[in-house]
Design a binder for this molecule. Structure first.
Ligand code: FAD
Length: 417
């Protein structure tokens, strides 16, 4: 009796999305021949450096409605995807394979070892256990549909596959190939970056943090509230990173040259602050201004701001003029800063843009107009804020693809390659 050859699945990209998709397909469909093609000599290289080497693997928020607001691109469309495989499913998936996780105060989750190598070891050993073939130094240079299969021209020769999963991350050359094929692309721009600002009010203050500031980008609707950090180059911290993600496209169009209004006291209004200064003037006229800042401001920042507002070092609240109150109020609640350029945040960045989500059926991650072609991970126009959400988009997509294969790929059909 002759055995028909196994049906083939090729996954292009040995990163987070590629490995997770491959493992789950191989687990659910042992009769399929699953192969990962990775163009470099390294596997899971971004996982390795992720989360500062600790891998912020997912987030403790569990409900799809809690997760979608963290995705500037993807958003609500990802709701059913997270319904099928959410962050808690990932935590269980890892736990079932011996990887325990822990949650930090801000709800980010890491392997309990605090080492990304734990995730890499888990994925590579699972892939090996399930017989996933991994071919390194094998880059895909061209792809085309050929009868009922996909034909790949790779650096190791021509390969044919019944099902093709593109999990190539933010690789411009692959977007080029997918564009040539006819898929619509959203032009890529960086997301998650810090703002370059040269300004005497913050120079020399790197390392100073603020628990809650409000930042608005003038001439736009972009506004965020959250912690802020002064860096060597300008401003960073969650409030800035969130703005960079939501404003990725708009700020790119501005050439990363724009103005921001900073309220160092969160949402405190200038009327409220002016009143506070008046109270100090009336009730505590002898209080030295430098020793009594309004709100949670560090001494160094407050001193530098007072100097900028021409307030002599020894001044007491009783001596402060109306003009000085107005100046301080303005600087604290709507300080105007000029942003000229961007920098990366701890080398962590993601790319906004990629294959337009309208091209993909998010119930299966199959391209609507190209049967048997699937896309997962950053190759798609999906990106998130920091917090483990970018990886979660990879895990959820990989799971959904594997479920779809389980339902749709008939084991009795033979591959004809
Ligand atoms: C420094 C840093 C830290 C990060 N930390 C976190 C974090 O802690 N938590 C989080 O959620 N997100 C984090 N991110 C984002 C996260 O790493 C990405 O969203 C995620 O890796 C995307 O996975 P992917 O599989 O789509 O792409 P990738 O991980 O980039 O994998 C794509 C793979 O495809 C390969 N490839 C490309 N072209 C070809 C080709 N033609 N043929 C064959 N192979 C090809 C590439 O070499 C690569 O190995 C971080 C990003 C960076 C840069």
């Amino acid at each position: 009796m002759s055995h028909s050859p196994k049906k083939k699945v090729i996954i292009v990209g040995g990163g987070a999305a590629g490995f997770f998709t491959a493992i789950n397909i191989a687990e659910k469909q042992p009769h399929l021949e699953v192969t990962i093609l990775e163009k470099t000599s390294k596997l899971l290289s971004k996982v390795k450096v992720s989360g500062g080497g600790r891998c912020n693997v997912t987030n403790a928020r569990q409900q799809p409605s809690e997760l979608t607001p963290f995705y500037p691109r993807g958003g609500k469309k990802l709701y059913p995807v997270f319904k099928e495989f959410s962050t808690s499913d990932m935590v269980s998936w890892l736990s079932d394979r011996g990887v325990q996780t822990h949650t930090e105060a801000d709800l980010r989750m890491f392997p309990i070892t605090n080492s990304s190598q734990t995730i890499i070891d888990c994925f590579t050993s699972e892939a090996a256990r399930l017989g996933v073939k991994v071919i390194q130094n094998c880059g895909v240079k061209h792809l085309e549909a050929s009868e009922n299969q996909w034909k790949l021209d790779t650096t190791q020769g021509i390969m044919l596959t019944d099902k093709l999963v593109m999990a190539t991350g933010s690789t411009p050359s692959v977007w080029g190939l997918l564009g040539q094929l006819g898929l619509e692309l959203v032009p890529p721009v960086p997301s998650l970056f810090t703002f370059n600002i040269k300004d005497p009010r913050i120079s020399g203050l790197m390392g100073i943090t603020f628990p809650e500031v409000n930042i608005r980008i003038t001439g736009t609707k972009l506004e965020e509230t959250g912690p802020l950090l002064i860096t060597h180059w300008g401003l960073s911290g969650p409030a800035v990173l969130k703005l960079s993600a939501w404003g990725a496209r708009e700020l790119s169009e501005k050439g990363y040259h724009f103005q921001i209004l900073v309220n160092y006291l969160g949402k405190r209004s200038n009327t409220d602050l002016r009143q506070w200064f008046d109270e100090q003037k009336q009730n505590h006229p002898k209080r030295r201004i430098l020793n009594y800042p309004p709100g949670e401001l560090t001494k160094r920042f407050w001193e530098q701001l007072c100097a900028y507002c021409d307030i002599p070092e020894q001044s007491a609240y009783g001596e402060i003029s109306k003009k000085q109150v107005n100046k301080l109020t303005e600087e604290l609640t709507q300080g105007l800063y000029e942003v000229k350029g961007k920098s990366t945040f701890k080398e962590e960045f993601v790319t906004s843009g990629g294959v337009n989500l309208s091209e993909v059926n998010l119930q299966t991650f199959e391209a609507r107009r190209f049967p048997n072609l699937y896309l997962a991970g950053e190759v798609l126009d999906i990106d998130a804020l920091t917090g483990g959400f970018n990886f979660q988009a990879c895990w959820s997509a990989g799971w959904v693809i594997s479920e779809h294969f389980q339902k749709s790929v008939n084991p009795s059909q033979s591959g004809n390659s």
